[in-house]
Design a protein around this ligand. Structure first.
Ligand code: HAX
Length: 438
């Protein structure tokens, strides 16, 4: 058993015992009330699922196993000349609850390199897709589905696997899948935008730097951006649409490939991960409509008001849980201040940050007027030459796999059951009201 799996096993044995005792002793305690507006309102705020890898505070933002993003930028190991943390370290932390050593992270980089093989079948399938008509996120989801035939979990289940082994086999699927995702994403990128001219992996690089390399972007600062990007997008507790979808589909004992593909389809929606593409498209529309590449703050404010008057959202702003500027936005802003503060697109993003919140606040209905993670990422990617906006959500997806698949291992380790909340009809709600009024 490898070193990460051994540590995971030790943790899960003690967690399973602890949770059994906790549920036995306190299983009937009430943890939350549900209001009718929450039932109609997308289940906001209802505490009803277990997610071990991270937790989101509305003011403070995300904490991964208790660590904030600024803390992780300090504490996670940095290798290969990196100045940003390696997402390998974050995966280790999410899976085991322990900060890894430099040696652990080096081991995991190598382990993923060894597992990173993309079959000809997947490449041929992708080659058959019309890149002009098939969005990169659709290609990504199709590729993950195409790799499902490699699922060890699905094969072992068919052979009659004992449920005590679910976590072990799920771990193998998750490790294989994470190892392959940068290859898949880079293949889609080079096929869609560089005339099918692919770049071979470099076995000496870490997971993110190798991804940057296979995209064709070898600048050291871009490799560091990728390390930061892959770290901060990895997880955002369990209720967001992509994470929750992976968890829900996984609860039917679908394997990691089926579960992740489903989650990626949720990430591809404009109110979720596609917002990073939408932000850049919106800025380009603004530049075109205003007829200037350097709009003034007053012009930006007017354009925001025009956008709202058309009944569409300002992409990159607002959040279902957060009520402060997203620390993932602030981490990217900090990176941009160090590496590309004079970039005109970065400047626009910062001016938009000054103008949008008071305007959204003035509407009186937006619960969070502040920027989310997607408001900044595109400007940084574009600065380093990744200019194809419709590829951005694929990059988000590669990162998001780290959190949702670490949690999927825990789902099977804890033997969490099939997820099946109760729905209600409006007639039943009316019946409840008339009964409770009598
Ligand atoms: N622009 C305009 N109006 C907005 C808005 C925005 N950025 N954010 C919220 N609102 C509106 C809502 O559309 C809603 O209007 P109606 O009552 O007329 O329907 C009202 O304000 C109340 O919404 P809310 O309670 O503040 O926000 P929700 O929890 O319902 O929605 C969203 C959260 C993220 C979907 C929302 O803020 C939004 O659409 N933002 C723009 C898209 C975006 O950036 N999405 C990415 C979010 C982060 C993420 O998942 N990244 O992957």
């Amino acid at each position: 058993m490898d070193r990460l799996k051994t540590l995971f096993k030790a943790q899960l044995i003690s967690s399973v015992e602890e949770i059994k005792t906790l549920v036995k002793s306190h299983g009937t305690r009430i943890i939350d009330n549900v209001q009718i507006e929450q039932v109609y309102g997308g289940m906001r705020g209802i505490q009803s699922m277990i997610w071990e890898t991270s937790s989101l505070d509305s003011s403070e933002g995300i904490r991964f196993r208790g660590y904030s993003i600024p803390e992780l930028r300090e504490l996670l190991p940095k290798i290969n000349g990196a100045t940003e943390p390696l997402p390998e370290g974050l995966f280790w932390l999410m899976l085991t609850g322990n900060l890894p050593t430099e040696e652990d992270v080096k081991w995991l980089s190598k382990e993923w390199q060894q597992r990173a093989v993309l079959s000809d079948t997947v490449k041929e399938l992708l080659d058959h897709l019309d890149v002009k008509k098939t969005h990169p996120m659709t290609q990504f989801s199709i590729a993950i589905m195409a790799m499902q035939s490699e699922s060890v979990f699905a094969q072992e289940y068919e052979n009659g696997m004992n449920k005590a082994s679910y976590w072990e086999i799920m771990y193998e699927d998750c490790m294989n899948l994470i190892a392959k995702l940068p290859l898949v994403a880079a293949f889609i990128y080079r096929k869609s935008f560089y005339d099918n001219q692919h770049i071979a992996a470099d076995p000496d690089l870490d997971w993110s730097a190798n991804f940057a390399h296979m995209l064709g972007k070898d600048e050291p600062a871009f490799k560091d951006l990728m390390r930061l990007y892959m770290t901060i997008h990895a997880d955002h507790e369990g209720g967001n649409a992509s994470a929750h979808t992976v968890h829900l589909v996984g609860s039917t004992l679908s394997d990691a490939y089926l579960s992740l593909a489903a989650g990626m389809n949720a990430l591809a929606g404009p109110l979720h991960g596609l917002a990073n593409q939408e932000v850049m498209d919106w800025i380009y529309d603004m530049i075109r409509d205003l007829g200037t590449p350097n709009p003034s703050r007053e012009q930006i404010a007017e354009y925001v008001k025009t956008t709202l008057s058309h009944g569409v959202v300002v992409p990159g702003y607002g959040h279902a849980v957060l009520r402060k500027p997203d620390p993932r936005f602030l981490a990217q802003k900090d990176f941009a201040e160090k590496h590309c503060a004079d970039d005109p697109m970065v400047q626009i993003v910062w001016h938009v940050f000054e103008e949008v919140p008071p305007i959204l606040e003035s509407l009186g209905k937006v619960k969070n007027p502040w920027p989310n993670v997607d408001a900044h990422s595109g400007a940084l990617l574009e600065h380093f030459g990744v200019k194809e906006h419709n590829f951005y959500t694929v990059m988000f997806g590669v990162s998001r796999a780290l959190g949702v698949l670490a949690q999927l291992c825990w789902d099977r380790a804890l033997n969490l059951p099939l997820e099946r909340p109760k729905s209600m009809t409006t007639e039943e709600i009316k019946g409840f009201l008339s009964n409770s009024n009598n």
